[in-house]
Design a protein around this ligand. Structure first.
Ligand code: NAD
Length: 229
């Protein structure tokens, strides 16, 4: 299997998506950085908007990483339907549209034969954290989306794998880690005793996009410092 040439990364304006895009660019891979916040480090692109996906060209694309995601924290009793739906929309519907885009890849001379898709699940799919019910359930569902798509798309040369990070220091989690009491509790719960770093996720993404993972599809690679053990 050839090494990646052109990779599309959503959520590339921040955190894990940005680290993945930077890592691939360092390896001289052509990276298309997409983010809803086009002012950040990428082109304006909303993963929940099917028109955005319809306009995204396939030419030369060997990899897709769907890292766009949001988390809203509130106790179940105080979680509005609107808030629940917004998280499901970005995390779950966004991943569905990413996978559907991959599945619609044309068979032509400009489109590489093999495609590797990486989704972002989370360790909370296995070990739910309180006060983020929409996020937890969206991430559990992303695992099933990933495995369903992996089975269906394997005959067409498309591999689909998920990364399940534990708590990684990014703008999504930094307020939690800045709270010393919370941080101490987390460090005690994580066998490796610290949050993950974004480069510890981007290295796994690079592996899943490359030829070294050519016999992997439908896998969920947990990268959580042992938190779910
Ligand atoms: P982040 O908030 O730093 O980055 C998320 C990016 O997604 C932002 O740049 C944001 O603008 C973009 N985005 C949000 N909605 C979008 C939309 N509709 N369309 C396009 N882009 C959109 O978060 P992060 O920590 O880097 O998280 C990246 C992914 O990793 C998410 O799916 C998240 O759920 C997952 N994850 C993160 C952790 C963690 O501890 N940080 C753990 C497990 C899983």
């Amino acid at each position: 299997m050839p090494e990646p040439q052109r990779v599309v990364v959503t959520g590339a304006g921040s955190g894990i998506g940005r680290a993945i895009a930077d890592r691939l660019a360092d390896e001289n891979i052509d990276v298309r950085r997409l983010d809803i916040d086009g002012d950040r480090d990428g082109e304006g692109f909303d993963v929940t908007d099917e028109n955005c996906w319809a306009r995204l060209p396939y030419e030369g694309v060997t990899g897709l990483v769907n890292a766009a995601g949001i988390r809203v924290r509130s106790p179940l009793a105080e979680t509005s339907l609107e808030s629940f739906r917004s998280v499901i929309e970005v995390n779950l519907v966004g991943t569905f549209l990413a996978l559907r885009w991959a599945s619609r890849r044309p068979v032509d001379a400009e489109t590489p034969k093999d495609l590797s898709v990486v989704t972002l699940a989370s360790a909370v799919a296995d070990r739910p954290v309180e006060h983020q019910i929409a996020y937890n359930s969206s991430k559990a569902a992303i695992i099933n989306l990933t495995r369903s798509a992996a089975r269906e798309l394997a005959p067409f040369g498309i591999r689909v794998n998920a990364i399940g990070p534990g708590s990684v220091l990014t703008p999504m989690t930094e307020s939690g880690w800045a709270d010393e009491e919370h941080a101490e509790r987390m460090r005690a719960e994580i066998p490796l005793g610290r949050p993950g770093r974004t480069n510890e996720i981007s290295s796994v993404a690079a592996f899943l996009l490359g030829g070294g993972s050519s016999y992997m599809t439908g896998s969920v690679v947990t990268v959580d410092g042992g938190w779910t053990l």
